[in-house]
Design a protein around this ligand. Structure first.
Ligand SMILES: Cc1cc2nc3c(=O)[nH]c(=O)nc-3n(C[C@H](O)[C@H](O)[C@H](O)COP(=O)(O)O)c2cc1C
Ligand code: SF4
Length: 523
């Protein structure tokens, strides 16, 4: 009888040697006359343990990690196929503290199922949301999404149902669903993990969105750096079509919906929804002035829903289990769960899905285990390159859109990048301005010119040149960028710069307000 062994085909696991480990397991089994069936899954999200190898045993799956090619013979000797004891054995993955503390809705199947298997998807609750959506019809689907309190996970936290209703109410011969899978934020990988580990879920979410607003065509826009995700999505789309779940009369209903994957070159600004549309239409990604909103005039000037991957994959759960179950998670106006990505200088980096409300300190110190370097944590940048540096004395901040905004910070796409005390905050501030100057689409002056001037001013401060005066110029420049930029690339770059300056003024030689941040914390 063959024994199932599960090894992720996730890009992170592959980068850590998963393919070589698979080859070694196959060779090891052949040598011993044992028959194994290797199933390539997505990742569980415990990225420091990749490649994580799991073996199906009568006691459930038993995991080992991180497994290197050279470990495989020893694992066989230790009774790998029976879940035997070994230094790399971590036991049942769902009982690992990193997994046991999570509330997995959108990532419930990731790392468990074969992402290319329709049968696996359905056996694990897939397409239940679409089934209910077909019973409800467009208006009630939108009502259910509204009741769930779902807000866009791409960064701005805009209520998903309002966007859908606007597109549903628009009159047009064609409408589109565009999935924003550009995932340009530093320290983020949740979109990629879902596309690689549970792609049918995104297909299901986009199909429900299409039915809700009357769109028959969808596009997943992602970047060329995500070849594994592109492959997995394309494969799943083919399989869904073959099962009648995409195309004409999906699932035997009167609704039609089909979709395809498009690849961008990886410009950060192409994640901004209107630049994305330009890129998707075949042009250079440049931000469009609003209005008109994409919901009125989007792709090819037609009404378009643009949602992040995580917003769309939440929808099948909301429909399948009812809005109330979703709304029961979270705090304030931040409802449901958030797949948080813990990265940077951290011991246990990975994907941690939990209800809103958990504090940043719990995420970085308890779950992330503090820094990988062993030095004390200094700050965490949350929400990508436009997010603020949150110092440790603000680590009691709960993960909640409003709580973060009140501290001039943002949750964004849920990425946390941890820094230890060796981080040079002047360099971090300079990097924010430099990043903006490199990635600026060039359409508006505060961003295009301001970011370059920002780099120069910070350089002058760093070299001790007229520090007091240049700090005034830097703050003034940040204010101009905040107020005068057309989109959030120029408009939010001041947040990492000013947070570094506010919380670590002494590093900039700003003696006037030294320790201001810590004083605020003490109040
Ligand atoms: C410079 C810039 C980059 C962005 N990058 C992304 C991205 O990579 N992925 C994403 O979903 N949203 C990104 N956004 C936000 C999108 O413009 C848009 O708000 C989002 O796709 C809407 O989906 P949601 O309502 O589901 O969040 C970016 C915005 C800006 C200004
Ligand atoms: S802020 Fe920057 S990226 Fe945004 S429109 Fe202006 S120049 Fe383009």
């Amino acid at each position: 009888m063959s024994i199932q062994i599960f090894v992720p085909k996730d890009a992170c696991a592959i980068a850590c040697g998963a393919d070589e480990v698979v080859a070694a397991i196959e060779a090891g089994a052949r040598k011993r006359g044992q028959v194994v069936e290797i199933v390539r899954t997505g990742s569980r999200g415990m990225l420091w343990l990749e490649p994580l190898v799991e073996v199906a045993t009568p006691a459930g799956r038993i995991a080992y990690g991180p497994v290197e090619e050279s470990d495989v013979d020893g694992l066989f000797e230790a009774g790998l196929l029976q879940g035997g004891d070994h230094g790399l054995r971590i036991g049942r993955p769902e009982e690992h503290p990193f997994m046991a503390r999570q509330t997995r809705l959108t990532f419930a199947r990731c790392g468990i199922i074969d992402p290319a298997s329709y049968k696996d998807y359905v056996a694990h609750g897939g397409y239940k949301g679409l089934e209910r959506a077909l019973q409800l019809g467009p208006a009630e689907i939108i009502e259910e999404v509204k009741k769930s309190g779902l807000r866009g996970r791409g960064g701005a936290g805009f209520p998903t149902a309002i966007k859908w209703k606007t597109v549903a109410d628009a009159q047009a011969d064609r409408k589109y669903i565009v999935c924003n899978a550009d995932e340009g934020d530093s320290g983020t990988f949740a979109d990629r993990m879902i596309m690689e580990g549970d792609p049918f879920q995104l297909i299901e979410g986009m199909t429900i969105a299409g039915i809700a607003v009357g769109a028959t065509k969808g596009f997943v826009y992602t970047r060329s750096e995500y070849p594994h995700a592109i492959w997995a999505m394309q494969k799943a789309i083919e399989v869904a079509r073959a099962h009648g779940m995409l195309g004409v009369n999906i699932a035997g209903s009167q609704h039609s919906f089909d979709m395809e994957v498009r690849m961008g070159a990886g410009a950060y600004v192409c994640g901004e929804e209107t630049a994305l549309l330009d890129s998707l239409e075949g042009g250079r990604g440049t931000v469009r002035a609003k209005p008109p909103l994409p919901a009125h005039k989007g792709l090819f000037q037609k009404p378009t829903v643009i949602n992040n991957v995580l917003s769309l994959v939440a929808v099948p759960h909301i429909l399948a289990d009812g809005a109330q179950k979703y709304v029961d998670f979270g705090m304030g106006r931040s409802r449901g769960t958030m797949p948080i990505q813990i990265a940077g200088n951290v011991k246990f980096g990975g994907l941690f899905e939990t209800a809103f409300g958990i504090t940043l300190g719990e995420l970085v110190n308890d779950i992330g285990g503090g820094t990988a370097s062993g030095r004390p944590v200094k700050a965490a940048q949350v929400g990508g390159p436009l997010g603020a540096y949150v110092p440790t004395w603000q680590f009691d901040l709960p993960f909640d859109y409003e709580a973060f905004a009140a501290k001039d910070a943002l949750i964004g796409h849920g990425g946390i990048v941890v820094f230890d005390e060796a981080a040079d905050m002047v360099k971090m501030a300079r990097f924010a301005m430099e990043f903006c100057s490199v990635e600026s689409c060039g359409k508006c002056t505060p961003c295009r010119i301001g970011s370059t001037r920002g780099v120069e001013v910070i350089d002058r401060i760093a070299s001790g040149e007229k520090v007091e005066q240049n700090l005034v110029v830097l703050k003034d420049l940040c204010q101009t960028m905040k107020l005068g930029s057309l989109c959030a690339l120029g408009g939010f770059t001041p947040y990492p710069v000013l947070s570094a300056l506010t919380h670590f003024p002494e590093e900039f030689g700003d003696t006037s307000v030294a320790g201001a941040g810590r004083l605020e914390a003490a109040e």
